[in-house]
Design a protein around this ligand. Sequence first.
Ligand code: NAP
Length: 248
Amino acid sequence: MNLLQDKNVIITGATRGIGKGIAQVFAKNGANVAFTYNSSVEAANELEKELQSYGVKAKGYQSNAADFNAAQDFVANVLKEFGSVDVLINNAGITKDNLLMRMSEADFDKVIEINLKSVFNLTKAVIRPMMKQRKGSIINMSSVVGVKGNAGQANYAASKAGILGFTKSVALELGSRNIRCNAIAPGFIETEMTAKLDENTVNEWRKAIPLKRGGKPEDIANACVFLASDMSDYITGQTLNVDGGMLT
Ligand code: NAP
């Protein structure tokens, strides 16, 4: 059964890692995918072709999620080309880790803009069309770090915790219009983002996870399929930890 047959889905930041995994699993489940990226033009073209090979409509857009006007233009283009937006997945995110003593103002601002303000930008752009169709699912990518904090990631933790407050507020505001808004808090998912970490740290993390492995992008994608599909029609305002038991 294709759980997402003919749903039009926006995914921000899908040229690598978790976003790419979501795009692939969604296309295999019958969803049409409009995705964004920041600078990886070649990876975007390749992904576009791969998704189309699953028999769905797919298009990549170079669009900075942190830029309010760019986000409005991007969603307007998707509406023109896809006809509607059924699901928004706010996935784009970056890290600029440092101990607070050494963290610059620019690195704080950048992480908040790309990780948190982007969620506001895209959500603002989709809620009007979703309200008109009286249905929509918004999924925001938070992190275990947003739930419990992490030394060396004050900027990132603040952005991801901010997403949780935003998610619950949107759920409360738009529930009466049948727009659902949930967050996913991935644990340690092995992607290019985490490949920057040193191998000893990574091994320690793996050992500390109850399921004894890092997550895969597909682990997050599968949770997104559930929250995007009609299977979760009565679930809103929640944070789903997809972390191998890390926060247990
Ligand atoms: P990643 O491999 O670094 O990929 C990030 C993606 O976001 C890329 O496609 C990148 O596009 C895009 N992007 C970056 N800045 C953007 C911007 N300003 N506008 C639009 N797109 C932008 O990251 P990931 O590990 O897959 O993480 C994806 C999300 O999950 C992030 O929100 C992250 O915080 C969250 N998360 C990850 C983990 C983990 O363990 N990996 C754990 C918890 C939460 P370009 O290729 O063009 O740069």
